[in-house]
Design a binder for this molecule. Structure first.
Ligand SMILES: Cc1cc2nc3c(=O)[nH]c(=O)nc-3n(C[C@H](O)[C@H](O)[C@H](O)COP(=O)(O)OP(=O)(O)OC[C@H]3O[C@@H](n4cnc5c(N)ncnc54)[C@H](O)[C@@H]3O)c2cc1C
Length: 469
């Protein structure tokens, strides 16, 4: 601050970066002068994006934790009800005028609706003569920094990953500390949300960046060592379960990288790979806007004929397909709001290949149910499973839900937990209970695997240039 000149107030707009550590927009705003912050609760827009109550309650609880962190730094957080993205420009102009802030800072989001909202806000802010600065805080390297030799975006993960490591090595990566207080601590009692809405999932998913860091440290110092061997087995707590925190930015991917390198340098490769999948899918949606419009990444697949089968879709959603691993997965999703990664692939491939139901139906149901609902990773995962996306699994490699169960839940510990009707079925029949000859309170398979596999291969074959002869 120049002596005698009143500091110019800065405003930080929090969205999916709900943390004070390693937050470029916050750090830039705290470079001098006083600071205020805002968060827009966009209920109607979240509903239009199919974000369900688990995710939105988790966001609300995290914003509350953020308000406390900011208050300790002397920063007031304004939580405003701004139902639709189209309401954001007017709300932001009003807030800038009320607070007297001269400059707005935010970290980029990449889905198309968010990009359009930010452009509209940027124009509105400039129109009243205030500054507006966009930072990069949700990825380690921003979209556009990792390109092919022909300066094109990568469409396949492995070369992306290789290039990513090359670029990172030449980049001075800085994980940013929490800024120093800009004023005396404030009273954080600012929030006016309905408390009952916030309670959902509070025990399973405690909110806030402190919780996220603790979980990261515990994982990196413990389970990370066995991650590569354990990550595919849903009965083992082998993964970090950080996805809800990463999805809304309660923790940054750079912090994850730092912790993995510091605490388990030898073992971290497989886990860092997964962090890079998250990064890859963010680059994909930023650089291929058609993906945000519900279109297939490979657009010729939009002509593929999908089946309309409400009864089968309902059976899938309810965990009553007659395939125990698929049903256990779907029941884990609907009862807890989270699903193990291998099971997400199994369940998604079952819907899109065995039932030939459009991946958009599954994408939407996952968005509604998941506490870690994240457009980029969810869309990427669905299109991977449906073979319509980047790096997609070849259409003729179709997971067999029976052998997947035998391989990844060999003792049936996970499956029996979620499908108690099969508790007494012997291990060797668990994933094909129709072979027991017993009358079980469990449905027969809704589709035959061999038939479904052949039907899917035939349906996809005409669309795939690399089809096997
Ligand atoms: C059909 C389908 C839908 C999915 N939907 C989502 C979603 O909505 N939100 C979401 O965060 N992830 C999604 N994933 C990716 C993955 O399943 C979850 O990120 C992972 O299971 C979360 O568990 P974890 O935090 O214990 O992961 P860990 O194995 O500990 O991995 C660490 C972090 O890396 C990221 N990550 C891991 N695997 C992937 C992946 N395959 N793609 C992208 N990022 C990954 C996540 O941020 C995760 O927290 C989806 C995958 C599929 C196949």
């Amino acid at each position: 601050m120049i002596f005698g000149v009143p500091p110019l107030k800065q405003l930080v707009w929090f969205r999916s970066d709900l943390r004070v550590e390693d937050n470029p927009a916050l750090v830039a705003a705290c470079g001098g002068g006083s600071v205020e912050a805002c968060f827009f609760a966009a209920d109607a827009q979240w509903a239009a994006h199919h974000e369900g109550p688990r995710k939105t309650a988790f966001v609300r609880r995290t914003v509350k934790a953020l308000a406390h962190e900011l208050a300790a730094l002397g920063i007031k957080l304004h939580v405003l009800q701004v139902p639709r993205f189209s309401d954001a420009p007017a709300a932001m102009v009003k807030l800038l005028q009320e607070t007297g802030a001269v400059q707005l800072h935010f970290n980029a989001e990449y889905p198309l609706d968010e990009v359009k909202r930010d452009r509209a806000v940027w124009r509105a802010v400039k129109a009243i003569g205030r500054g507006c600065v966009r930072h990069e805080g949700s990825v380690i390297l921003p979209p556009g920094r990792v390109l092919t030799a022909a300066a094109k975006p990568f469409t396949v993960f492995t070369p992306f990953r290789r290039k990513w490591f090359g670029v990172v090595t030449d980049t001075d990566l800085q994980t940013l500390d929490k800024p120093k207080p800009v004023a005396a601590p404030l009273d954080p009692a600012l929030m006016c949300w309905d408390e009952s809405a916030e309670r959902e999932g509070a025990a399973a998913w405690p909110a806030g960046e402190r919780v996220a860091y603790q979980q990261l440290r515990n994982f990196a110092a413990g389970r990370l060592a066995g991650y590569a061997g354990n990550r595919d087995f849903p009965a083992i707590e082998g993964t970090s379960r950080l996805s809800p925190y990463l999805a809304i930015g309660a923790i940054s991917p750079r912090r994850c990288l730092d912790a993995a390198k510091a605490l388990a340098p030898e073992a971290s490769e497989a886990w860092v790979n997964e962090i890079l999948w998250r990064e890859f899918y963010r680059h994909v949606i930023a650089l291929h806007p058609h993906v945000s419009k519900g279109e297939s990444f490979h657009q010729h697949y939009d002509r593929l004929q999908w089946e309309t089968n409400p009864a089968a879709l309902d059976a899938w959603k309810s965990g009553l397909t007659g395939y125990p691993l698929v049903d256990a997965a779907m029941r884990q999703l609907t009862s807890t709001g989270w699903m193990h990664n291998r099971l997400r692939m199994v369940a998604a491939m079952f819907l899109t290949k065995h039932l030939l139901i459009h991946w958009r139906e599954g994408e939407r149901f996952f968005m509604e149910q998941l506490v870690d609902a994240d457009f980029a990773s969810n869309n990427g995962g669905w299109q991977w499973s449906a073979s319509t996306g980047t790096d997609a699994v070849p259409y003729f490699r179709i997971f067999n839900p029976t052998t997947q169960g035998q391989r990844f839940d060999p003792k049936g510990v996970f499956t029996r937990l979620h499908v108690p009707e099969l508790a007494s079925v012997l291990d060797r029949f668990l994933f094909e209970p129709w072979k027991t000859g017993l009358t079980l309170n469990y449905p027969p398979p809704i589709v035959d695997h061999v038939f479904a596999r052949q039907r899917a291969i035939q349906r996809f074959r005409g669309f795939n240039p690399d089809r096997p002869d």
